[in-house]
Design a protein around this ligand. Structure first.
Ligand code: TXA
Ligand code: MG
Length: 539
């Protein structure tokens, strides 16, 4: 802890060349990358690798990533360049993807933790690239945290960890992604993701076809098990606070946390309103990139405020969310709690996509289904103040002489444009929401554990806060139009108007744990597989 550490500025050309000179001399310099800060040193010098392990306090069998700036720097590092590596480089380099290949003799075993393979990444951050160029050698750079603590996504964090231990720390502000790169190995028969990150599994599959995900990404590796990525067996990303992930709907989460004493909540932005406990947020509920960006800083913040017992909201595992979950579950030492055994699944999607087919299949697997359309069709639901407001907004003639609601007339007026739809939602959603809550309670009392909320406007009604998981059923627009014309006896124009008032595919996909494409059909096997994957115990 007594080294003179120079603070360098990523925006200064002079400091970049200084960093290069230090690195060439075999010193260590912490540098910004687009993911997290890296603790960089000459990747081809065995004694430098040893120094990186020493400073980081990292077990020396945990290999380092070798960073390059140009494709010409790759061939000398590897035995051969697999076809798949070229495709990945074309699609994602420079960027947050690390590719594992067989190493050449040039790369010392010290750098690869004794392995015959080497992990290579081409960062996109301009300062990282400039420093590699200035150093004139590939740079080994693990995340610049001390082993076991959260990765550093902000300059202050690395200063806390590394000041006095390295020759230089370069200030490059906050990071773009905030989570480390995706690590994929090409030495297995099928390419395999060892660590999820900013490039999602879905993106990798779009380029390579088949891609596996290593089991250790999601579950705790067995003691002494052989893991493909040594980094995954160590306690990782852990702040001092004791974190438990709560697998529940937002309502259940809030009720659980509010019943605990002396705890801190780690939740999404805006959810503090549900909580009585102090809260630290990590991004927005339906925005995995924002969660990735905020997570490590939020873990640091928990330590900074002295949080001891922390209950965290469960991130979705889709897309970049998988990387968020992977880091958080390690920060939590794999502790997940499920406060109650009711499993409410939100089932949503556009009209005509075929939710009813899927809900029928869910019933056959023993789920109770609450049909929200049916709930909203109940004429008794709209009474008193709510009915008066509807009349004011859409005309007195939406109520027939016998006092019943003419739903078709209301629908035609309310779905005529986005503004009218919004007015309808504002008036009816609170009433619908309360009824749904009652229906769920009724199912629960009758002994049903798996409850499906079949709700076309799940999100708009705010009913997603009642759900532990959300499934969207989507289908191609022509198919949906044909279906609703046939089902509801609509003209093309009426059908298109109704569809126009609805949310896009992206809206649903971005908010769901699972998406089922029902343009042709959804098989019972697919539904069963989904229920199993979401951890829903089938009876
Ligand atoms: O975004 C990132 O990748 C950051 C920035 C600084 O580039 N670096 C980073 O490095 O996160 P590090 O050392 O903290 O994580 C490297 C991970 C570890 O889990 C390690 O086990 C794995 O990659 N890894 C490296 N070489 C490997 C190899 N040859 N075989 C299997 N896993 C390897
Ligand atoms: Mg790390």
């Amino acid at each position: 802890m007594n080294k003179a550490t120079r603070i360098l500025d990523a925006a200064s050309e002079y400091d970049i060349s200084e960093a290069g000179a230090l690195l060439r001399r075999g010193e260590l310099v912490a540098i910004p990358t687009e993911t997290v800060y890296g603790l960089a040193g000459n990747a081809l010098d065995p004694s430098v690798a040893a120094e990186i392990y020493r400073v980081k306090g990292r077990p020396s069998d945990n290999p380092l990533i070798v960073h390059i700036t140009e494709m010409e720097e790759l061939p000398p590092l590897v035995e051969e360049i697999p076809e798949a590596a070229l495709k990945l480089a074309e699609a994602f380099w420079p960027g947050p993807l690390t590719v594992i290949m067989r190493k050449s003799a040039l790369v010392p075993k010290e750098t690869t933790g004794g392995l015959e393979t080497v992990a290579v990444r081409m960062p996109s951050h301009p300062a990282a690239r400039a420093v590699i160029r200035a150093a004139g050698v590939p740079l080994a750079a693990p995340s610049a945290n001390l082993s076991g603590l959260p990765s550093p996504s902000a300059f202050e964090h690395i200063c806390d960890d590394l000041n006095g231990r390295v020759a230089g720390i370069m200030n490059g502000g906050d990071r773009e992604y905030g989570l480390e790169s995706t690590v994929i190995t090409l030495v297995t028969k099928t390419p395999r993701v060892l660590r999820p990150g900013g490039i999602s599994v879905e993106q990798l599959r779009a380029v390579l076809g088949d891609v596996d995900v290593d089991p250790a990404v999601l579950i705790k590796p067995e003691e002494n098990a052989r893991v493909s990525s040594p980094g995954m067996k160590y306690k990782h990303y852990a702040p001092r606070a004791d974190i438990t992930i709560v697998d529940a709907s937002l309502e259940t989460y809030a009720a659980f946390v509010n019943a605990q004493e002396n705890c801190t909540a780690l939740c999404f932005e805006g959810e503090e309103a549900y909580l009585t406990a102090p809260a630290v947020t990590y991004g927005k509920a339906y925005d995995a990139l924002s969660q990735a960006h905020a997570l490590f800083a939020s873990l640091h913040k928990l330590d900074a405020i002295g949080a001891e017992t922390v209950y965290a909201r469960m991130p979705r595992k889709a897309g970049v969310g998988l990387a968020v979950y992977n880091r958080l579950i390690r920060a939590a030492g794999f502790k997940v709690t499920v406060p109650n055994d009711t499993f409410v699944i939100g089932l949503t999607g556009q009209t005509g996509a075929g939710k009813s087919t899927v809900s029928g299949q869910l019933v056959s697997f023993g789920c109770a289904v609450i049909d929200c359309d049916k709930v909203t069709r109940d004429p008794n639901l709209y009474s008193g103040e709510c009915l008066e407001e509807l009349k004011k907004a859409f005309g007195r003639d939406i109520v027939r002489e016998d006092g019943t609601l003419d739903r078709r007339m209301l629908a035609n007026r309310a779905f005529a444009n986005a503004e009218a739809t919004e007015t309808l939602n504002r008036i009816t959603h609170p009433v619908i929401f309360n009824r749904l809550r009652d229906e769920i309670a009724k199912c629960r009392e009758s002994g049903k554990k798996n409850i499906v909320l079949d709700a076309p406007t799940l999100f708009e009604a705010g009913a997603d806060v009642l759900c532990r998981r959300v499934v969207s059923v989507l289908a191609n627009a022509d198919e949906r139009r044909a279906r609703i014309m046939k089902r509801d006896g609509l003209t093309t124009e009426e059908a298109l108007r109704r569809m126009g008032a609805q949310q896009s595919d992206e809206f649903y996909a971005g908010r769901s744990d699972f998406v089922l494409d029902n343009t042709v059909s959804v098989s019972a096997e697919a539904v069963h597989e989904m229920l199993t994957a979401m951890g829903c115990a089938l009876n």
